[in-house]
Design a protein around this ligand. Structure first.
Ligand code: ADP
Length: 660
């Protein structure tokens, strides 16, 4: 387990960038090498198949050329027999005339069959008993009997043309044509792959032979003309094969295709070249091929090392008259051309793979860098958010492809900020409500306690005042006491209003008319001079259940505060509308000096004022708050210093939706 896990763990211990690079490289290398391997395998298979097919066809062509040569020898001899009326000549013993056919013997190697002229290496005329009448290439030697020669005997017996490739002893060959001895006296050379044959000479030669019967009109056997071509040292057939099949095509200075005739396992006619650029005549065939073709009699189609090169080869046996395997016909296609194609493809593949690896390395490095940079940026951003900086934004980067992530992050921080703001707002509202509720309780207590003694003071002061004559200074003093006691009563009443004590009558009313009444009360006053008043009141609003005079008091306070804040120049806008919950919304908006941020949480507290002593009591807004609360509504403020303030009041109507 432990051992198995180690490399995996180590891989994951690498940095993200290294892991990316390594992952990319492994993927590219694997694909590259698999692709190379598959293409090599495919190329190998298809080229080898194709080349082997080609070589199989080539050997058939070679066989045709080989057999065609035998046919041509036969027609040549037939021509001699019939063209020279040999039947009549034999009958008349005109040996001298017969000698004329000597001209048909040509001993220059390579010339014999390369064109239309057909020259023979040997030509002998025998009578019906096998006695030699004339040897064209050795006229002096005659009179011997060669009926022992299987070809001659066969021809005499069957009275038919007989043709085949035969092994003939060197003695027999040189007797037929002494000039041929030169082509037979060559040492056999060992090749590295050949069987362990010491230096020795061939004791036989391989001859393409034809025996043609000379028959008179009465079908009597007069004699036989037997002739042939010695294949040893004769390059005519192999060169013709090379020329016909391979058009003498060369690859890097070497023949692309070669052909060979073997006598047994020895090359006797070939265009395979040795290192010294000589024909590899008298070299020996590899033991393996020899075993298969000569011993087992089967064709060999495979690659084989021939003299100095690898060839795709086909070897096929050459049979004599008795169907004995006496030699081999061979064609080979130089493997180097196909091996070169193969290697070129391998190198191209490897080159592409290496290029791919380099590219993958660069791309993965760059990609890794981008990813890591972006991750770092995200990390910094999350840290900033965690530290409370909810305004932190990531600039969406379209190029790196991370814009989706950036946008998601920004969306998250935006929603977080929204929620945070709302939470803060709710928290503030809650603390303010709690504070105002506590203050309300306390104020109510104080007001009640003060109200009774104040009532007593007023009652007794009035009684005393009534008893005093009008012009006494004491009466003036007592009236001052009554005045101040009344002021206290007002304050106490305001405090009671703030502390939500329900006093007045709650009746259905139209809020627009309450606003109109309040506005008419103040707009003529000097403090509203220079102030533009604008109303935007939605008609046909549903009724609000409320205490008309108290609501008037709320609006009066708001209008007076607005006028105070604008100091005789500015605009007061009063708007009413219905919201989605069917509540009436009243907006009282001014363009005055606004409220400082730190004052905002305190403005609804009783006795909070920023005005100089004597001008403000700090009870206006606390009363408004208390009255709106009695009406189950809400009052809020939005203000920007130096720009203005808006008070927003919402009041339930007779058709309001229930709100949770
Ligand atoms: P007072 O008007 O007697 O000061 P209020 O309770 O009516 O008491 O108002 C409390 C304070 O709120 C005021 O002193 C003033 O600072 C501030 N305020 C109220 N309304 C406005 C307004 N429209 N513009 C600017 N400040 C205002």
């Amino acid at each position: 387990m432990d051992i198995n896990n180690r490399p995996k763990n180590q891989f994951f211990k690498m940095t993200l960038q290294n892991r990316l690079v390594a992952g990319f490289m492994i993927a590219v290398c694997l694909t590259g090498f698999v692709a190379t391997f598959i293409s090599i395998w495919t190329i190998n298979k298809t080229t080898i198949n194709e080349v082997q097919n080609r070589v199989r066809q080539d050997i058939n062509t070679a066989k045709l050329i080989y057999n065609n040569t035998l046919d041509r020898i036969a027609s040549r001899i037939q021509f001699i027999v019939e063209g020279h009326h040999l039947d009549k000549l034999i009958a008349s013993h005109h040996v001298l005339t017969i000698e004329n056919i000597k001209a048909l013997i040509e001993t220059k190697p390579g010339m014999q069959i390369s064109n239309n002229d057909m020259f023979l290496d040997m030509l002998t005329l025998v009578d019906a008993n096998g006695k030699v009448i004339f040897r064209a290439a050795n006229p002096k030697s005659r009179g011997d009997n060669i009926l022992w020669d299987p070809l001659v005997r066969n021809c005499v017996e069957k009275k038919l043309l007989v043709s085949s490739t035969e092994l003939m002893s060197i003695d027999h060959i040189t007797k037929e044509n002494p000039a041929l001895s030169d082509r037979l006296k060559t040492d056999i050379v060992k090749t590295p792959l050949s069987a362990d044959i010491g230096k020795k000479q061939l004791s036989e030669g391989m001859v393409m032979r034809v025996a043609y019967p000379v028959i008179d009109k009465k079908n009597r056997m007069l004699g036989v003309v037997v002739g042939g071509i010695l294949l040893n040292g004769n390059i005519g057939i192999v060169d013709k094969i090379k020329e016909t099949v391979y058009q003498n095509e060369k690859y890097k200075g070497r023949d692309i295709g070669v052909a060979t005739i073997f006598q047994g396992g020895v090359r006797i006619s070939t265009n395979v070249m040795t290192k010294n650029n000589e024909r590899a005549v008298n070299t020996i065939l590899s033991k393996e091929v020899y075993e298969r073709v000569i011993v087992e009699g089967k064709d060999w189609v495979d690659r084989a090392f021939v003299v100095n090169d690898w060839y795709i080869t086909t070897y096929t046996p050459i049979l004599n008259m008795d169907n004995k395997r006496i030699g081999i016909l061979y064609v080979g296609l130089l493997e180097a051309k196909y091996t070169d194609i193969k290697w070129r493809t391998i190198w191209i593949n490897l080159g592409i793979t290496t290029l791919g690896m380099i590219l993958a390395f660069i791309i993965s490095l760059r990609l890794g860098n981008t990813i890591i940079t972006r991750i770092k940026m995200l990390k910094e951003a999350s840290e900033a958010i965690a530290a409370g900086d909810l305004d932190y934004k990531l600039s969406p980067d379209k190029i790196s492809g991370f814009d989706m992530l950036d946008e998601a992050f920004n969306y998250m921080s935006k929603s977080l900020k929204k929620r945070d703001d709302r939470l803060q707002e709710m928290h503030q509202q809650l603390t303010r409500t709690e504070k105002l509720t506590a203050l309300g309780g306390m104020s109510a207590g104080i007001a009640h306690e003060i109200n009774n003694p104040l009532g007593g003071i007023l009652l007794y002061s009035n009684l005393v005042s009534e008893d005093l004559p009008a012009d006494t200074p004491a009466r003036k003093n007592i009236e001052k006491i009554i005045y101040q006691a009344n002021r206290c009563k007002n304050i106490v009443q305001n405090l009671l209003d703030f502390s939500r004590t329900e006093t007045g009558e709650m009746l259905p009313l139209q809020i627009n008319s309450v606003i109109d009444i309040s506005l008419n009360l103040v707009k003529g006053q000097s403090m509203f001079h220079g102030i533009e008043i604008k109303t935007d009141l939605t008609q046909n609003l549903p009724d609000v259940i409320g205490d008309k005079s108290r609501l008037e008091q709320v609006f009066l306070n708001l209008f007076i505060n607005a006028a105070d804040a604008m100091d005789k120049k500015g605009k007061l806008t009063i708007t009413t509308k219905l919201n989605t919950h069917n509540e009436v919304i009243i907006l009282v908006s001014d363009t005055g000096k606004g409220i400082k941020k730190e004052d905002l949480p305190r403005i609804f507290e009783p006795f909070f004022t920023t005005k100089e002593p004597g001008r403000g009591t700090g009870l206006g807004l606390s009363l408004a708050y208390g009255v709106i609360n009695i009406h189950k509504g809400n009052i809020n403020v939005e203000s920007q210093p130096d720009k203005g303030t808006t008070f927003i009041i919402s009041l339930p109507t007779t058709v309001s939706n229930s709100i949770e």
